[in-house]
Design a protein around this ligand. Structure first.
Ligand code: IPM
Ligand code: MN
Length: 372
């Protein structure tokens, strides 16, 4: 298959983790005789610095011309601490999502058996967790009208949802549940918010077309608690934009590190793949950023194009690296010297030659492997 991929590395650790994904995708292309091309463009704080715009026209154009987008991270502390900044890096990502109609953000959350002790949560609670979060991505409070009065003393953000916006992601969530454990949990705040009551009504209507899937409801405050008390009760978790943003960061605690959580943002026409972690500016350039979330996002990209065997091989390689402890310091206090690049190298090498990777494990630890 020929795939043209737009690469938007962005800010902070974005470029270093994205580099590993490209390495891994190139290894897949080689092994399976595909042809993947990569064209880079700037976004976020880097783009503001270079072009005065967090989403330059040429970046948007490139995204529209390619089959898929591999995204790194966005954000810079310079803007976080300046509430009056006229342009912000995050605007680049939000505009991109809106312009490309990426309405469904899919975030898988899994407890890997080999990492159960890395989570602060009790092993018996999290073992076997396998959740797919469906977060609405182009509506709600993120995109509703924003106001600030002239005196700068009163502000508001409107949370708006339409029937159509709720329906289209609900169909995707139910279809996903059909090929999983056949359960959808809608998370909302229907005891308080009108928009949440609309969600309940529409989702209930849509659910009638999926008789094999069970639907239940949870208020978001309770969901936040249930997610760490008993995450195994969830299969597909469907929710609006901001609740999904918050709950998915919370859910990353189950996996042991936010550095493991991948995501796909899909719409009618375009698809973007990005790790859920942010730009982690403190780690930039230090070689300590976990590339696995980005690499697993690349696996989701392949799945999007029905390259299932290829995606499976990436997952197998990632699992092997976790099993062997070839991981960055967030997961590896015993051996904090394993770098971002090294994890990427191991996964790349496993794809090309699985047996060899095992044999070289001892050397990898010593930093003497010929494959690195
Ligand atoms: C995410 C991020 C973004 C969001 C930011 C960077 C705008 O936190 O993708 O989860 O809030 O959606
Ligand atoms: Mn977030």
């Amino acid at each position: 298959m020929k795939l043209n991929i737009a690469v938007l590395p962005g800010d902070g650790i974005g470029p270093e983790v994205t580099k590993q994904s490209i390495k891994v995708l190139n290894a897949i292309a080689m092994e399976f005789n595909h042809s993947f091309s990569f064209k880079h463009a700037s976004v976020g704080a880097v783009a503001i610095k270079e072009k005065g715009n967090p989403l330059p026209e040429e970046t948007l154009k490139l995204c529209k011309q390619n089959n898929a987008i591999l995204f790194g991270a966005i954000g810079d502390p310079k803007y976080d601490n300046d509430p009056s900044a006229p342009v912000r890096p995050e605007q680049g990502l939000l505009k991109l999502r809106k312009e490309l109609g990426l309405f469904a953000n899919i975030r898988p959350v899994k407890a890997y058996d080999t990492l159960l002790d890395k989570s602060p949560l009790k092993e018996e609670r999290i073992k076997g967790t396998d959740i797919s979060i469906y977060r609405e991505l182009t509506g709600g409070i993120y995109f509703g009208e924003k106001k600030l009065n002239e005196e700068g003393t009163e502000a508001s953000d409107l949370c708006v949802y339409s029937k159509f916006e709720i329906e289209r992601i609900t169909h995707l969530a139910f279809k996903a549940a059909q090929s999983r454990n056949k359960k959808v949990t809608l998370v909302d705040k229907a005891n308080v918010l009108e928009s949440s009551r609309l969600w309940r009504k529409i989702v209930t209507q849509v659910s009638k077309g999926y008789q094999d899937v069970t639907l239940d409801f949870l208020f978001v405050d309770n969901a936040a608690m249930q997610l760490i008390l008993n995450p195994k009760q969830f299969d597909v978790l469907l929710t609006e934009n901001m609740f999904g943003d918050i709950l998915s960061d919370e859910a990353s605690v189950i996996g042991g590190s936010i550095g493991l959580l991948a995501s796909a943002s899909v719409g009618e026409k375009y698809a973007l793949f990005e790790p859920i972690h942010g730009s982690y500016p403190q780690a930039k350039g230090k070689g300590i950023a976990n590339p696995i979330a980005s690499i697993l996002s690349a696996a989701m990209l392949l799945e999007h194009f029905a390259l299932f065997k290829e995606a499976e091989l990436i997952r197998k390689a990632v699992e092997k690296s976790l099993e062997l402890g070839i991981t960055t310091p967030d997961l590896n206090s015993r051996n904090p010297s394993i770098t971002t690049d090294r994890v990427g190298d191991f996964i790349e090498d496993f794809i090309i030659n699985p047996k060899d990777s095992n044999i070289n494990f001892a050397n990898i630890h010593l930093g003497q492997s010929t494959i690195i």
